[in-house]
Ligand binder design. Structure first.
Ligand SMILES: NC(=O)c1ccc[n+]([C@@H]2O[C@H](COP(=O)([O-])OP(=O)(O)OC[C@H]3O[C@@H](n4cnc5c(N)ncnc54)[C@H](O)[C@@H]3O)[C@@H](O)[C@H]2O)c1
Length: 476
């Protein structure tokens, strides 16, 4: 019997099962149209396994009047937070924008109907006016967080502040003091805390299902192309001008580990260096830009491959035409004129491309954190070792295994049902929701990443970098 006839002789459900076992098979009806397979039915769980059905949150903040906010820095992050207001207009309104880039400024002004007198080309201009909103959203480059935040707090605004809080531990604590002095709320964009996955992880730990945690192993796989884009060619290539990668990338991870353990960190050691994205590793025939390089086609980091052929990270390029040929021409122009077209082995980068950090918390609880450039996959991988159970998770799903019963508890909610789920697994809009609630109710308790707890995990990062550079264990 022909394979197609064989499949036809089965019912669709059965054929679907058969299909899985036939390499290269595709399921067609008699007219050779693809058959729709209903795979929505829940697959039976393996024996002794249970789902953690916590459900997904409602992302809308229910408030008596919309909170108003000014976006300072209308780039990638500023736009993501502002977009919450397009979806939930009764919760948040964007009433001002500051950005020196006229395209971004105008796009935001247009999208949210911002009055001309509330459009600014520099953050400082916002504070020449009397306060005209409840809050500011600070999403400027890393070296422009401290000053706008200090000014905003003094002017009486609550602040949603992008990470890193600031570039030094002292600046971070200055912001904490300023918030206390003026009685204002600062929500730090440790967005992972607001993602359903990490909330569920925190919940099972707080419910005592894991028992006493002894140790955590956490990996942040950056992905080779993301590393090339952000930390070799892009905005965060210089630790000095921004922050070291252990803060710039992994302040989220330090924060998550600190949050899950709910204990202060006592000691830190760290190793790591920039070893791969250097001149010593350039292929034969390399040139300053990928356009002219003899090895371009064999290079996984090629700018032409990442931006032109795969269309990754195009949000950094303003005003790209919609039509394909015009768009590609514009991308090529950007690759000729910006650092995004440079050879990754000939950039001005200094960020470590592999970084290992060991942390000791109160009660001898230990944690290790790795930040790795050279991975094909992303998604934080976390293993938690407790007295009653362990957890293995990859940011999409986690499994808790109870030592006594052998029973497995799986969290694997389909977050694609959550509005705004694309942004940090739902965390981007999750934080905006809680920030809106905190501002509307004048109560920072709605936020889990307040400035106090966020300063603590940032200090862990600054101390880790000190430990790495001085080759010693640093006490906190
Ligand atoms: N929470 C997260 O997960 C996360 C993720 C990525 C980036 N970030 C952080 O968010 C911040 C912004 O990153 P991004 O990717 O949006 O960068 P971006 O370059 O896309 O946006 C920054 C914007 O700030 C504007 N700007 C520069 N100088 C300014 C000034 N003087 N006044 C007002 N605006 C000014 C720029 O023109 C730009 O549009 C950075 O600190 C970054 O580290 C956080």
């Amino acid at each position: 019997m022909e394979r197609r006839d064989f499949l036809k002789s089965l019912g669709v459900g059965a054929a679907a099962i058969a299909l899985e076992s036939l390499p290269g098979a595709s399921l067609m009806d008699a007219a050779n149209n693809p058959l729709l397979i209903d795979d929505s039915a829940e697959k039976p769980l393996p024996k002794n396994t249970e789902k953690l059905a916590f459900g997904l949150p409602d992302q809308e903040a229910v408030v008596s009047r919309p909170v108003t906010a000014i976006v300072i820095g209308a780039g990638s992050r500023g736009s993501v937070y502002a977009a919450y207001s397009a979806q939930y207009n009764r919760a948040l309104r964007i009433v001002g924008v500051a950005d020196p880039n006229p395209i971004r400024r105008q796009q935001m002004a247009q999208a949210y109907g911002i009055a001309p007198e509330h459009q600014f080309s520099d953050w400082s201009e916002v504070f020449r006016l009397s306060p005209f909103a409840d809050a500011v959203i600070i999403a400027t480059p890393d070296n422009l967080h401290y000053q706008p935040c200090m000014r905003a707090l003094a002017a009486g605004y609550d602040v949603l502040l992008e990470k890193p809080i600031a570039q030094t531990a002292k600046e971070c604590t200055d912001i904490l003091r300023q918030a206390r002095k003026y009685g204002r709320i600062v929500g730090v964009c440790h967005v992972l805390r607001y993602a359903p996955y990490f909330r569920a992880l925190k919940r099972v730990i707080d419910e005592g299902r894991v028992g006493k945690i002894l140790s955590v192993q956490h990996l942040e796989p950056v992905r080779f192309h993301h590393m090339a884009h952000s930390y070799v060619r892009g905005n965060w290539h210089s630790a000095k001008d921004t922050t070291p990668i252990i803060i710039a990338k992994a302040c989220h991870d330090l924060d998550i580990v600190r949050w899950l353990l709910d204990k202060p960190c006592k000691k830190v050691s760290a190793f790591g260096s920039l070893d791969f994205f250097t001149r010593a590793n350039e292929p034969q025939g390399a040139t300053d830009r990928c356009f002219d390089c003899a090895a371009e086609k064999q290079c996984p980091f090629s700018a032409l491959k990442i931006y032109e052929r795969e269309h990754k990270y195009l949000y950094v390029f303003d005003a790209l035409p919609k039509e394909r040929a015009a768009k590609d021409a514009k991308i090529r122009e950007y690759l000729r004129t910006t650092d995004y077209g440079r050879c990754v082995f000939r950039c001005k980068n200094d960020q470590c491309d592999h970084y290992v950090c060991n942390l000791e918390f109160e009660d001898h609880v230990t944690a290790s954190l790795q930040v790795e450039a050279l991975t094909s996959y992303g998604g934080r991988k976390t293993r938690i070792m407790g007295s009653k159970a362990d957890i293995v998770g990859d940011m999409q799903t986690f499994t808790l295994t109870d030592f006594l019963t052998g029973r497995k508890y799986i969290w694997d909610e389909d977050i694609s049902k959550l509005p705004g789920y694309e942004g940090h697994a739902g965390g981007d809009w999750g934080i905006v929701k809680d920030f809106v609630l905190a501002v509307a109710n004048h109560d920072e308790k709605y936020l889990s990443s307040t400035i106090d707890v966020s300063v603590e995990s940032h200090v862990m990062g600054f101390r880790a970098e000190e430990a790495r550079l001085r080759n010693k264990i640093v006490k906190l």
